[in-house]
Design a binder for this molecule. Structure first.
Ligand SMILES: [Zn+2]
Length: 274
């Protein structure tokens, strides 16, 4: 089955992973800007990273017939440095019109600090100015519930934010409901350690349905599995879910969310490839 991985950090994966993804039916990936494993020293570090996301990575993916999309921001970890964050946000428009850019992300919170919240809201303003889609990282483990609540409050109290243009990512059993009820898209991240297993993801789908729901691997340079979405497809089949229902989650839904960005509408992810 053809599928899209809507959240995967391919800059930190080897080329063999592209080959494995292609073999498993991956047709497109979307790569949010994130932490590199160390704090970058200047805005130029981010400028080079955005060039990698918009120039280098799409070419690497294309060798395997995979379309590569990306999102731009300074991640929540480095957002603790407010002055650097402001320089990065001011630089983002240099890249916003590039053909594989879907919007602003993954913005969000990490330790739920005041500085992170300030930078989150300034990213939201940046996104609203040119009507960009937003991809939102919610914190891990103990910080998740409070951080998700803070994010939902900031977004819903801003009347200019249209929830159908925002995805709240890394939701779990205790955060999926408020995000869906507020009208946002949600992302389930399949992760071997801190986030949810394919079986837990199937449980949530059986409970909450498939409307406005995406499933991703969030593969990066840490413990993670770029093949998690194909594993999830198998888990759905094993539980007796019908092919059109599976396809809705891994293909129709990401396309519907991304298609709200005019830069997404490429021929290679159209029905002809399905
Ligand atoms: Zn990520």
């Amino acid at each position: 089955m053809n599928y899209i991985d809507p959240h995967i950090h391919m800059v930190s994966r080897v080329t063999d992973d592209y080959e494995r993804l292609a073999r498993a039916g991956c047709v497109a990936v979307s790569e949010p800007a994130f932490w590199a494993g160390f704090d970058r020293g200047s805005v130029d570090g981010f400028r080079d990273y955005f060039r990698q996301l918009t120039e280098v990575e799409p070419k690497r993916a294309a060798q395997f017939g995979i379309r590569h999309f990306c999102w731009l921001c300074i991640n929540a970890k480095e957002a603790e440095n407010v002055s650097l964050s402001r320089e990065v946000i001011a630089m983002i428009p240099e890249f916003l019109a590039r053909p594989n850019v879907l919007g602003i992300g993954e913005i969000g919170l990490n330790k739920n600090t005041r500085n992170e919240a300030i930078v989150f809201e300034e990213h939201v303003e940046r996104a609203l100015r040119t009507d960009e889609l937003m991809l939102v990282h919610t914190p891990h483990l103990a910080d998740k519930y409070k951080g998700t609540r803070m994010i939902l409050d900031m977004l819903t109290s801003n009347s200019r934010v249209r929830p159908e243009r925002v995805c709240i990512d890394h939701v779990e059993e205790h955060t999926i409901r408020p995000a869906l009820e507020a009208g946002f898209w949600v992302g389930l991240t399949l992760y071997p350690i801190t986030k949810c297993t394919p079986q837990r993801a199937v449980d949530m789908i059986e409970r909450y349905g498939t409307q406005r729901l995406l499933v991703n691997s969030a593969g990066d340079w840490g413990p993670s599995d770029p093949m998690a979405v194909p594993d999830f497809i198998r888990a759905l089949r094993a539980r007796g879910h019908a092919e059109p229902d599976i396809r809705r989650v891994v293909w129709d839904n990401p396309r519907a969310f991304f298609a709200q960005c005019p830069r997404f509408g490429g021929a290679e992810t159209d029905e002809a490839r399905a």
